[in-house]
Design a protein around this ligand. Sequence first.
Ligand code: FAD
Length: 293
Amino acid sequence: MSREIFDICIVGSGPAGLSAAVNAHVRRKKILLFSGESGLSKVNLSPRVDNYLGFPAINGNDLYQKFKEHVEEFKIPLVPQKVQTIGPMDSLFMLQARDTVYESKAVIIATGVAAQKLIRGEDAFVGRGISYCATCDGPLYQGKVVTVLDYTGEGAEESHFLADFCSKVYYVNMTKKSPAFKKTNIEVITGDPPEEITGGDTVSTLKTKSRTVDTDGVFIFRETYPPGELVPGMEIEGGSVKVNRKMETNIRGLYAAGDCAGKPYQVAKSVGEGQTAALNAVAYIDALELADT
Ligand SMILES: Cc1cc2nc3c(=O)[nH]c(=O)nc-3n(C[C@H](O)[C@H](O)[C@H](O)COP(=O)(O)OP(=O)(O)OC[C@H]3O[C@@H](n4cnc5c(N)ncnc54)[C@H](O)[C@@H]3O)c2cc1C
């Protein structure tokens, strides 16, 4: 079977990602859009948007539906999954989503910003017991105790997976759902939010509001990862992806747009940056192809 290589993979389907998709499609590039698990955007939460040109006093959800319809009209392929890691490999990028690896010449990150604040200690232990991807890091915890903090619902399935080889899985449910678990080594913690992660060289405990559990690792499932976790080596400045006016990151062929690329967190800025990123990604790919001929 021949390898399928995309021109541009777009990670995130908020205003920035959708705008990037429309513009890359108009320029006839082979694109793939990842929407995350919910397929929703921050703008869905806004009861009334007053500052998006041409649509005064529009409900955020209605505005988002208009954006989505535009993309659907162009039949842009959409994968309703979260990208877990993006690895630059020679002149291509490898994107892992669930169990599939996608290859792309350029990537646009449009993942927005996390609604929840980081948990105390989270930053300090990333890569030393904190992980955002069970498929990638789960096997490191064979026979150990892990804790899953689930804000999106995807942590339930990941807990099942981890329970196959970890001695114990604490499942901290921060969603409105009530998943059922048959495996006896999964303990559910409900209505008890996580407050702090502590440890020495690596993670050793998670403190919730009312108890402390000993744990070797903590897997966190939010709508959005801290951007630096998605792409190893990508420069971050003040918590946002560092970009120039072309929306280029420090990695060739990798672009960022929208809230993840910094303030102001606004729809119009996200749409504009999505377009800028897409057009520059198109120019980058065209230059690559010219160099190959
Ligand atoms: C309550 C509220 C009111 C607001 N009101 C206004 C307003 O009036 N005017 C205004 O201009 N702005 C407003 N905003 C801000 C506006 O919604 C954001 O600036 C805008 O949505 C940012 O767009 P974005 O595409 O960068 O990110 P988002 O809209 O956050 O979209 C990010 C997308 O990326 C997906 N994603 C994240 N991680 C991954 C991954 N690893 N793999 C695949 N997909 C992923 C998410 O699921 C989501 O679909 C408001 C925001 C809120 C919360």
